[in-house]
Design a protein around this ligand. Structure first.
Ligand SMILES: Nc1ncnc2c1ncn2[C@@H]1O[C@H](COP(=O)(O)OP(=O)(O)OP(=O)(O)O)[C@@H](O)[C@H]1O
Length: 581
């Protein structure tokens, strides 16, 4: 029940729907249990006494009751549905909002398919209990209570005999619940693994095909599918074992009723109409009892689903705006690192070790170094995608943690190593960070990113629709759109993380020339592997295993004869070799 208590905030505001649904359910149950009494009266009081003239009145009364039951059943069903639907609407929104604020750390290990199944299948399972399961359980309790009450009223000893099998049924139901709950959790986990596999495979289809690993992937999918099948079969086995067992115990009651009740009628201690009423009543108890398996099933499923939903909702959000955070419209862009060290959550080596530098507004910092040297990690601390383990990251003299997260990030234009484009138009993709921007500003950003020309060559120009992951564009074209997207927010700080790795040298030079004007007044960080990308920077930091191994301008670093000069030599030799071949 703890899970339901913790998720109460989502369904309790809609309790009115729930109570209307339950109120009308009471009416339905009331009519249901009156039905055997009408049978009793008809058989013993009307047929037995030969009062045929009563039959039309009883039939009319019966019809009226059934109409009342139908109307009540409608309201019960409708408001039950409404209760579930409204509750999970809030729940789904909250889950999505949570996903939006969860930090990079969470997404480093998150599986998309698994998250998708939490937002869809798990939410649905929770709804099904709110809408039906809960009411069914109450229905069961009501029918059993009223049914038994009437039975005891009609004939206590016969009711006692019928009750004899109940403790066995209770034990069976209890054992069923104990087994079926973990089984359903297993099904949910397995289904999430299956959807993750599908999602990953579709995303990585290029790699699968390029390496001719289709058969391998089919095999891996089969493994997950097999697991899903197995967990379902196991659950089916539990279900298949316990459900007939419950039915059997229920039927023992019927046999006992037939034997003892029949004897009572023969002995003249029970009226025939009363025995008939007992038969109806016992089925009103056995029916929901057998249905109890299904009811408990929706309960177990929703409990398992609720657990998985709470896992997301309880996930800590370490990186958020603190109370009284500084709201800024525009930062000057003065970035300073003071002995900053960083280790990613989960332990491991330090990605950055005691890094210090000062980048006043307008300064261009080049970051170069081997892969894994810590270049991206450094810039990620500026946007507070992660928080430095030690040391201070300051912007305009204040620690990054002091700023409101949204206003901080709105001032930093980041172009990632892999540019993600939404399945929307080119125009919308460029304007993503600033939807109110004018068409002219979009064009200007595209010109500066050397994207305008190729965009104009598309038949629909800026209105060209891009597929998921920007299909239909070359790697360099995607990068240029991502640069335009970063420029359109008019940032004070610009981070270009290998942003021109996929464009040819000539285009890169054109971008750099166009950016020179853009960079004026903005602090720019250029991460690159090519020296040509950083050589014009005001200061170049050469990183080696998280440390700043060298720093200076291009000319200074060439003179120092260190790592930078060696990288330059290798790249320069490559060019010489190409030119002479
Ligand atoms: N999200 C992460 N979680 C854990 N470790 C990480 C994460 N991102 C990077 N690292 C580790 O931190 C170190 C520095 O990585 P970083 O991405 O900063 O290097 P880089 O210099 O940008 O490399 P590249 O040129 O290949 O992009 C590496 O050892 C890497 O394995």
């Amino acid at each position: 029940m703890d899970i339901f208590k913790r998720l109460k905030a989502f369904y309790w505001p809609y309790k009115t729907y729930f109570f209307v649904s339950i109120g009308t359910l009471l009416l339905v149950t009331g009519v249901t249990v009156i039905y055997p009494l009408i049978l009793k009266v008809t058989i013993d009081g009307v047929i037995g006494e030969g009062r045929v003239e009563w039959v039309p009145w009883i039939a009319a009364g019966f019809l009226l009751l059934m109409m009342l039951k139908a109307a009540a059943a409608f309201f019960h069903q409708y408001y039950g549905d409404l209760f579930g639907i409204r509750s999970v609407y809030e729940l789904r929104n909250t889950l999505y909002q949570k996903l939006e604020v969860l930090p990079f750390r969470f997404y480093d290990n998150a599986k998309t398919g698994d998250l998708m199944s939490r937002l869809t299948a798990d939410v649905e399972a929770f709804r099904s209990f709110l809408s039906f399961g809960c009411a069914q359980f109450l229905n069961f309790l009501l029918l059993v209570t009223f049914g038994l009450g009437i039975m005891v009223w009609l004939n206590p000893s016969l009711a006692m005999v019928t009750l004899l099998a109940m403790p066995f049924l209770a034990v069976t139901v209890y054992r069923f619940d104990r087994k079926v709950h973990p089984a359903f959790l297993g099904i949910r986990r397995s289904f999430a693994a299956l959807t993750t596999k599908v999602q990953e495979n579709i995303s990585g289809m290029n790699t699968v095909k390029a390496l001719a690993r289709e058969d391998f992937e089919i095999g891996r999918f089969d493994g997950k599918n097999e697991d899903y099948k197995r967990t379902n079969v196991e659950t089916g086995h539990i279900w298949g074992t316990y459900f007939p067992l419950m039915e059997l115990v229920g039927n023992i009651s019927v046999v006992a009723l037939l034997a003892y009740g029949g004897w009572l009628v023969v002995e003249g201690e029970l009226l025939l109409g009363e025995l008939v009423a007992f038969f109806s009543l016992i089925w009103y108890i056995i029916g929901p009892l057998m249905f109890l398996g299904f009811t408990l099933n929706t309960y177990s499923q929703s409990k398992a689903a609720g657990e998985r939903l709470l896992e997301v909702l309880d996930e800590p959000v370490e990186i958020s705006s603190r109370p009284g955070a500084i709201q800024v419209d525009r930062l000057a862009g003065h970035v300073r690192f003071e002995r900053v060290s960083h280790r990613y959550p989960g332990g491991g080596e330090y990605a950055l070790k005691k890094v210090s530098f000062d980048a006043p507004p307008g300064k261009v910092i080049g970051l170069i170094g081997a892969t894994g040297a810590g270049k991206s990690s450094l810039t990620q601390l500026i946007s507070r995608f992660y928080e430095a383990t030690e040391g201070d990251v300051l912007i305009d003299g204040e620690p990054v943690e002091a700023y409101d997260l949204c206003s901080l990030r709105k001032n930093i234009g980041v172009v990632f190593q892999e540019s993600f484009l939404f399945s929307s138009t080119i125009k919308d993709n460029i304007a993503y960070g600033n939807p109110d921007v004018s068409m002219e500003a979009i064009r200007q950003a595209a010109r500066r990113a050397q994207a305008h020309e190729f965009i104009e060559r598309f038949p629909h120009g800026y209105n060209t629709m891009l597929g998921e992951r920007g299909m239909g564009l070359s790697g360099g074209q995607k990068q240029r759109l991502a640069i335009a997207r970063a420029l359109v927010i008019n940032p004070s700080i610009l981070v270009l993380d290998d942003a021109t790795s996929a464009v040819d040298m000539e285009t890169e030079q054109k971008i750099q020339a166009a950016m020179r004007e853009v960079m004026r007044g903005r602090t720019t960080f250029i991460i690159a592997h090519r020296i040509s990308s950083v050589q014009e920077a005001d200061e170049i930091l050469v990183l080696e295993q998280g440390r700043v191994a060298e720093r200076g301008t291009h000319a200074e670093l060439l003179r120092s004869g260190g790592v930078y000069q060696r990288i330059y030599e290798i790249q320069f030799q490559d060019r010489k070799a190409v030119l002479s071949s």
